[in-house]
Design a protein around this ligand. Structure first.
Ligand code: G6P
Length: 485
C-alpha cells in the first residue's frame, strides 16, 4: 500500500450559488503515478483548501466519492479554517516558500513576532492532523510519500506514531542555502530539518537542492553528511544525513514532462481554436511566450523589463515581435501577490503605451487561467522565456519544446532546477540581469531555423527523460528497497 500526502489534493470543489458542488480534477505527476499502481493500491490524504472543499467534506464525509476522484481513494482533511489559513498562507507560503526562493528583503523582513509564533503553532497542528490521518489509514509497513514544504514536520510526527512505515519526503521547491535558511528562528529551523529527517528518504528535484538540504542539516544541527566521492561525471553529491544515530538517505528525481499526454492534448480542437485566435492577434510576427502562475519567484516583472530593453536597444524588433505573456492567478489571499499581479498588468500596459502602434501590440497579456490557450501558445512559440529567480524545476520549460511546432529557442534562468538538465541547449540567463536577458532574447529571436529546431528536439528529449509516472514509481521503489536499520 502506498499513501500520498499533500496540501493540494487531486480534486477540488467549487460551490455554486445554489449550493451545487462541481468537482475539478487536477493533473500532475502524483495523479498519474498513483493511478499507475492500480485501483485500491493507494490512498491520497490532502487538505480542504476553500469553502467548496469544506462543503464537499460536510456533504460526503472525509472520503470523497470515487466518481469525483477518478476512482482514487482520497481522504480530505477539514482542518479548521483559521488553522489552515495560518499554516498555508502564514507559514508555508509566506515564510518557508520565501526562504527557499530567496524572496525576503532582509533589512525589513521577516519579522518573527508573536503573530508568527501563533501561526507556527497552527502549522504544527496542521502537520499533526496529517500525521494522525496517515497513521490511521496506513496498513502495516506501507510506504508513505509526503509532499513539499507544507508538510515538513509530518515525517517525524508520523514516525513517532507509526515506526513500522516507510516514509519518504519530496521537496518540489528549491532548498535554501544555509546562510539564508539560518534566518529562521533556530528552534523553527531545527524543527523543519528534524521533521524531514524523520523520513527514511528525503528526495529533491535536482542535486543542487539535495546538497543544500544536507548543508543546512550540517550547519544548523551539526548532522553528519555522507558525500559521494567526486567522480569524472561531476561534483560529489550528498548521499545521506545522520542525526543522533538515525540515517536519512537523500535522493534526486528530476521530474520530466508527460510527452504522451501533451502531444495528445495540445492538438485537440479547443487548442486549435485558440491557436487561430492568437495567430490572428499576432500575425506573422515572432513570439516570445511565457506561461506562469503570477508568482513572485517567476520574475515576470523583470521579464517585461528585459523585453522593454530588447525593444529599446534592438529597435529592429519593433513591430516584428509580440510578447505573449500568460500570468495566471495564484495565492491571491496574500497582499504581496495581489500587488505583484497589479504590477505585471501595469507594466505590460506601459510597454504597450510606449511602443505600440495602430497595428502592433507589443505585449499580449492574459491573466485568466486557460490551459487550452497555454497549449496553443506553446505550439506557436518561437522563443520561450522562463526566467525565475529560483525554481525547484520549472515544468513549463520542459513542456514547450515537446509541443512546439517549429522548434523553440529557450531562454532559461540558470537558477531553475531545469537548467541542470536543459542547460546545454537553452540560452541560460542570470534572472536578475536585465541586459543579459535582453541579449539572450535577441539571440533567441535571431537563431537560425535549423539550429533552433535541432536544439528544440534535444530539449524535448531531455525534458521527457523521466515522465511523471516513472518519477513517482522510482520513488516508491527506492523507498521499498531501503535496508532497514
Ligand atoms: C508549487 C509547490 C506546490 C504547489 C504549487 C501551487 O509548485 O511546490 O506544492 O501546490 O506551487 O501553489 P498553491 O499554493 O496554489 O498550491
Amino acid at each position: 500500500m502506498v499513501l500520498v500526502a499533500s496540501n493540494r489534493g487531486p480534486v477540488s470543489y467549487a460551490l455554486g450559488q445554489d449550493g451545487s458542488l462541481t468537482a475539478k480534477r487536477g493533473g500532475g505527476g502524483l495523479v498519474s503515478g498513483l493511478s499507475a499502481l492500480g485501483q485500491g493500491a493507494g490512498t491520497w490524504v490532502c487538505a480542504a483548501l476553500g469553502e467548496g472543499d469544506r462543503a464537499a467534506v460536510a456533504r460526503f464525509g472525509p472520503r470523497l466519492p470515487a466518481a469525483d476522484t477518478g476512482g482514487q481513494a482520497v481522504r480530505m482533511l477539514d482542518i479548521p479554517a483559521g488553522t489552515f489559513d495560518a499554516a498555508y498562507n502564514g507559514i508555508a507560503n509566506s515564510v518557508l516558500w520565501f526562504v527557499h526562493h530567496l524572496l525576503y528583503q532582509t533589512p525589513l523582513e521577516p519579522v518573527f513576532d508573536s503573530a508568527f509564533e501563533t501561526q507556527w503553532s497552527s502549522y504544527a497542528a496542521y502537520n499533526a492532523a496529517f500525521a494522525d490521518a496517515l497513521a490511521a489509514e496506513a496498513e502495516p509497513g506501507a510506504a508513505v510519500l509526503v509532499q513539499d514544504y507544507h508538510l515538513s514536520l509530518v515525517p517525524a510526527l508520523l514516525r513517532e506514531r507509526r515506526p513500522d512505515l516507510r516514509i519518504g519526503h519530496f521537496s518540489h521547491t528549491p532548498w535554501a542555502p544555509p546562510e539564508l535558511f539560518r534566518v529562521l528562528p533556530d528552534a523553527v529551523a531545527g524543527q523543519v530539518l528534524r521533521g524531514i529527517l524523520g523520513a527514511d528518504r528525503a528526495a529533491f528535484l535536482t542535486r543542487r537542492w539535495a546538497d543544500a538540504f544536507a548543508a543546512c542539516c550540517a550547519a544548523t544541527l551539526g548532522a553528519e553528511v555522507e558525500w559521494a566521492s567526486a567522480g569524472a561525471a561531476g561534483p560529489a553529491g550528498a548521499r545521506s544525513v545522520t542525526l543522533e544515530g538515525r540515517t536519512t538517505r537523500l535522493g534526486v528525481h528530476g521530474l520530466g514532462s508527460d510527452a504522451e499526454f501533451l502531444r495528445k492534448r495540445a492538438f485537440q480542437p479547443d487548442v486549435d481554436e485558440r491557436l487561430a485566435a492568437l495567430r490572428e492577434q499576432v500575425g506573422e510576427r515572432r513570439t516570445i511566450v511565457r506561461v506562469d502562475r503570477t508568482e513572485l519567484s517567476k520574475n515576470i516583472v523583470r521579464g517585461l523589463l528585459a523585453y522593454r530593453r530588447l525593444l529599446t536597444e534592438h529597435a529592429h524588433w519593433r513591430g516584428r515581435v509580440v510578447h505573449v505573456a500568460f500570468a495566471y492567478p495564484s495565492r491571491q489571499d496574500l497582499a504581496v501577490y495581489r500587488d505583484y499581479t497589479a504590477e505585471v498588468s501595469r507594466l505590460a500596459g506601459e510597454i504597450n503605451e510606449e511602443f505600440g502602434t495602430a497595428d502592433w501590440t507589443p505585449v499580449v497579456l492574459h491573466v485568466e487561467d486557460d490551459f487550452a490557450r497555454s497549449l496553443a501558445a506553446y505550439r506557436m512559440a518561437d522563443v520561450a522565456l522562463v526566467n525565475p529567480i529560483r525554481d525547484g524545476m520549472n515544468l513549463v520549460a520542459k513542456e514547450i519544446p515537446v509541443v512546439s511546432e517549429r522548434g523553440v529557442a529557450l531562454v532559461l534562468s540558470r537558477e531553475a532546477g531545469a537548467a541542470e538538465e536543459l542547460g546545454a541547449d537553452a540560452l541560460l540567463v542570470n534572472p536578475y540581469d536585465l541586459a543579459g536577458t535582453a541579449e539572450a532574447l535577441d539571440r533567441a529571436l535571431a537563431m537560425p531555423a535549423e539550429e533552433r529546431a535541432a536544439r528544440s528536439e534535444r530539449l524535448a528529449a531531455a525534458a521527457t527523460a523521466l515522465p511523471p509516472r516513472d518519477w513517482f514509481l522510482a520513488q516508491v521503489s527506492a523507498l521499498r528497497e531501503l535496508n532497514r536499520d
